[in-house]
Design a protein around this ligand. Structure first.
Ligand code: B4P
Length: 190
C-alpha cells in the first residue's frame, strides 16, 4: 500500500517519512533524494534535473513519472511505500493512478495522502536553517510559488477521492511522527 507525503517545501515530509520508514521497516522513496543522488553521479537524469532544481522549479513530469514507475515496478504488493515528494503535479498524480491500476494483484493502491501543513514563515525559516544548495532565499520564494500553483491543487484532488489526511506540521518532530504513525496504522490492514 502506498502513502503519499504531500506538502510545501520545508513542511517536513522527508523528516517524517525517514523516521517512519526506519522504525516500521517501510520503504521510503524520496524523489528529491533520488534526484540529488543522480545529480551527484552526473547521470543523464541528474544533469537534466540539476538546472530545474537549482532554480527551484519542478523537474519535468515525463522524467519524474519514468523514474517513479521504474521503482513501483520493483515493489511487492505487501510492501508499504512512503512516497515523499511525488506526485507534485496533476499529470504526475494521474500517471500514478494509471500505473497503480495496471499493477498485478490490485492491492497496492493509495492508502491515504498525508498533507503536512505549516505557515509560510515557518517553512522559510526551516529551509534557511537547513541551508541546502537550493535553500537560498530567492530559490525558496520560487519553490513556494511553484508549490502553490502546481502542487497545492493536489490537496483538493485527493480530498475529492476521500484520501486526504491533514497533519499539523507546525509542531515538534516527535508529535508529528506520533500522528503520522496513527494515521497510517488506521488504514493498514491488521
Ligand atoms: P525535496 O527533496 O522533496 O525537498 P523539500 O520539499 O524541500 O523538503 P521536505 O518537505 O521534505 O522537508 P524536510 O523534511 O527536508 O525537493 C527538492 C527539489 O527536488 C524540488 O524543489 C524539485 O526541484 C525536485 N523534485 C522533487 N520531487 C519532484 C517531483 N515529483 N517533480 C518534480 N520535481 C521534483 O525538512 C526541511 C527542514 O526542516 C530540515 O532542516 C528539517 O530538519 C526541518 N524540520 C522538519 N520538521 C521539523 C519540525 N517539525 N520542526 C522543526 N524543524 C523541522
Amino acid at each position: 500500500m502506498i502513502f503519499i507525503f504531500l506538502g510545501a517545501p520545508g513542511a517536513g515530509k522527508g523528516t517524517q517519512a525517514d523516521m517512519a520508514a526506519s522504525s516500521q521497516g517501510w520503504i521510503h522513496l524520496s524523489t528529491g533524494d533520488v534526484l540529488r543522488e543522480e545529480v551527484a553521479k552526473e547521470s543523464d537524469l541528474g544533469q537534466a534535473a540539476n538546472e530545474y532544481m537549482s532554480r527551484g522549479d519542478l523537474v519535468p513530469d515525463r522524467l519524474m513519472v519514468d523514474m517513479v514507475a521504474g521503482r513501483l515496478a520493483e515493489l511487492n504488493v505487501d510492501d508499504v511505500l512512503l512516497l515523499d515528494g511525488f506526485p507534485r503535479s496533476r499529470p504526475q498524480a494521474e500517471a500514478l493512478a494509471e500505473a497503480l491500476k495496471t499493477r498485478a494483484g490490485g492491492s497496492g493502491g493509495v492508502g491515504s495522502a498525508l498533507y503536512f501543513r505549516a505557515p509560510e514563515s515557518v517553512l522559510t525559516a526551516r529551509l534557511l536553517g537547513r541551508g541546502r544548495k537550493d535553500d537560498r532565499e530567492d530559490v525558496i520564494q520560487n519553490r513556494l510559488r511553484v508549490y502553490s500553483e502546481t502542487t497545492e491543487p493536489l490537496v483538493a484532488y485527493y480530498r475529492e477521492q476521500g484520501l486526504l489526511v491533514e497533519i499539523d506540521a507546525d509542531r515538534t518532530v516527535e508529535e508529528i511522527q506520533a500522528d503520522v504513525l496513527d494515521r497510517i496504522g488506521a488504514v493498514l490492514p491488521h
